[in-house]
Design a protein around this ligand. Structure first.
Ligand SMILES: Cc1cc2nc3c(=O)[nH]c(=O)nc-3n(C[C@H](O)[C@H](O)[C@H](O)COP(=O)(O)OP(=O)(O)OC[C@H]3O[C@@H](n4cnc5c(N)ncnc54)[C@H](O)[C@@H]3O)c2cc1C
Length: 594
């Protein structure tokens, strides 16, 4: 394996065409003492300050969330990504991911702090001018000013550029006059500062910093939501609201750069936060399963309960591997930047843009993992899972939003495949070389052979699966050409294959590194990887075949399907044994073991 800082590892989407395990990846096993300490600070905070107040939070106790946010500021939890020269800690993305993972145990609080440290304040960190940064960041850092991000409107959500909020320069040339409305704005009930997107003269999509006391801005009543009920969500209305022209954030007409790339960052964080939530839910479900007896024995001893526990644990292992691999790649790019470069923040930001595909994968996989974990968690709790008395009931409701905000999972699936296609077409990844090599391998019967060493079979299986995915995508791209964006079902199916590849590839790298380091849970991790792999390979086989059916003429179909058959190696393993073995460790520890 090469070093994680190897330049070739810093190319978004390249995992699909690079050899499995070609690069060392950053994993949770690589955390530094400082990162672990920060994680512990966040865990202590959530255990001592937040979870005991969960009921009050859910009852929307006046002022509680802002107070908790300011308290979080006192222990540095709001400062992670704020640059040091503005009073922050300027730490790496891995640390901010660790904080998000720990905080996820309380959904409402997690969404509130996530909005403040993420979409609410990062637009200023990355796009603010010196005056704006100096004015706001030190106060954002302590929680004196709390922040929100206002993009969505009553008539436009996924279609964010369809926003109607309009900004017109006043005759004096001093202020923009904003008119319009923003919908579903997290933290709106108490935020002092909003990043608001509006179209100057109805055309140029632009970001503005809008303070709460702005004349003409009114904040609506709190929405009554299915979940994350303790978080604040309100509508904003602008009626001739006067915003000083120096409050334009970034460049006029370039608001989409801010809007979409900040969401990129949010998606990555949402992925790990949902994974942290799944860990928490797994823990409470296992504790319940150990204490609840049926037919004279704890339900944790039943195969069908262990099946759920083992399955969720395997997916958590994979989600963590993908998440920390991604932030490790970004941190590696950041480390190479010169902090004294005036364009430093902008370059940091570009590193995030590079990993758009990975960020969307983390968002989709994390949110769907958490949905599975809460659903099975309720099932493990039986009737009690349906009662407000049990934490799993709240977790079930809280989980659902994750598939909707930060770009719905449908939109993110389109982004995964769409961005990959763009990168392939523009030569950002060596797609044509890889496809040429694949054709040669098929013609000359020289597909990758089984190597020596641990997990050699798994690596070979994934090498083949990458080729099946590339072939399916190339076939669909050739078949539909520029109309492929209308073939959403196919794009989404391909996104699933790409995501499975990233998961399998990351899990193999992680477990290989654990084996090399003789980690005490390396064998457990191997089982988790094998379980995911044996399912992932099947999904890829079925998915790639279906794409071939959709994208080939009837006369070519048999040949195309035969190619997918050649690119699929059997990987058959007992799911029952794997899930039981995984569950056994978790039941014993009453927690996810890593
Ligand atoms: C609790 C909560 C908090 C939120 N916080 C914020 C916030 O702080 N700031 C903010 O700006 N926004 C926020 N949002 C808004 C959120 O980001 C949007 O709800 C989300 O982007 C979806 O937009 P929409 O609700 O308009 O749904 P729509 O865009 O109308 O989508 C409806 C359905 O159609 C699908 N769809 C839409 N377009 C396509 C397409 N092209 N192809 C295929 N399917 C499509 C969607 O996937 C979805 O299933 C929040 C929402 C909620 C509920």
């Amino acid at each position: 394996m090469t070093n994680a800082n190897d330049k070739t590892t810093a190319t978004g989407g390249a995992f699909l065409i690079e050899a499995c395990g070609a690069h060392r990846i950053f994993t949770p096993e690589d955390f530094s003492d400082e990162q672990r300490l920060f994680h512990k600070t966040a865990l202590d905070f959530i255990h001592h300050e937040v979870l005991p107040r969960s009921r009050e939070i859910e009852a929307k106790k006046e002022g509680l969330i802002p107070n908790l946010l300011r308290k979080a500021g006192e222990v540095g939890l709001l400062s992670v990504e704020i640059p040091e020269n503005y009073g922050g800690l300027g730490l790496d993305v891995a640390t901010s991911m660790l904080v998000a993972e720990a905080i996820a145990k309380q959904g409402s609080f997690s969404v509130s702090i996530g909005a403040h440290v993420g979409i609410g304040s990062l637009p200023i960190v990355y796009f603010g001018n010196e005056v704006q940064k100096a004015k706001y960041l030190p106060k954002i850092n302590t929680g004196e000013i709390l922040t929100a991000y206002a993009l969505t409107e009553p008539g436009s959500g996924s279609d964010a550029l369809g926003a109607k909020t309009k900004a017109v320069l006043n005759p004096e040339g001093t202020h923009y006059i904003l008119n319009g409305a923003k919908q579903w704005i997290t933290n709106a009930g108490f935020a002092g500062l909003f990043t608001v997107f509006a179209k100057i003269d109805g055309e140029k999509f632009t970001a503005f910093l809008v303070t709460r006391d702005t004349k003409g801005l009114s904040i609506g009543a709190e929405e009554h939501k299915m979940g994350i009920r303790g978080s604040s969500t309100c509508q904003l209305t602008f009626e001739d609201a006067l915003v000083p022209k120096e409050n334009i954030l970034g460049e006029i007409g370039k608001g989409h750069k801010i809007a979409f790339n900040i969401l990129n960052h949010g998606r990555m964080k949402l992925g790990i936060s949902a994974t942290g939530g799944a860990k928490h839910v797994l823990g409470i479900s296992v504790a319940y399963a150990k204490s609840r007896k049926a037919f004279g024995q704890p339900i944790a001893e039943f195969g069908l309960i262990q099946e759920k526990i083992g399955e969720i644990a395997s997916r958590i292992f994979v989600a963590e591997a993908m998440s920390f691999r991604t932030c490790g790649l970004i941190d590696a790019v950041h480390e190479q930047l010169d902090k004294s470069d005036p364009a430093y923040q902008q370059k940091r930001f570009l590193a995030l843009e590079e990993f758009t595909i990975e960020a969307s994968i983390l968002k989709v996989c994390g949110s769907e993992l958490l949905n599975l974990a809460v659903d099975e968690g309720v099932q493990i709790h039986g009737g009690y899972g349906y009662s407000e008395e049990y934490a799993i009931e709240r977790a079930y409701r809280d989980s659902r939003i994750n598939r909707i905000f930060e770009g719905t999972n449908e939109i993110n699936r389109m982004l995964i495949t769409g961005t990959l296609l763009k990168r392939a077409l523009t030569g950002k990844i060596a797609w044509l070389d890889f496809f040429g090599k694949l054709q040669h391998e098929l013609e000359t019967n020289t597909l990758p052979l089984l190597k020596d060493g641990a997990l050699a079979r798994e690596q070979q299986v994934v090498e083949y699966a990458k080729r099946a995915t590339v072939l399916a995508l190339q076939t669909a791209a050739m078949r539909f050409m520029q109309n492929i964006e209308k073939e959403q079902e196919i794009l989404a199916q391909i996104a699933n294959l790409i995501s499975d590849i990233y998961g399998m590839d990351s899990a193999i790298s992680r477990v290989t590194q654990m084996m090399e380091a003789k980690h005490e849970f390396a064998s457990w991790a191997e089982l988790a990887t094998q379980l995911y792999l044996s399912q992932g390979v099947r999904r890829i086989y079925e998915g790639a075949r279906q794409i071939m059916i959709e994208a080939s003429d009837t006369k070519d179909r048999a040949n195309q399907l035969a190619l997918i058959d050649r690119l699929t190696l059997p990987y058959e393993i007992s799911w029952v044994k794997l899930r039981r073995a995984l569950a056994e460790t978790i039941i014993e520890k009453e927690a996810y073991p890593l």
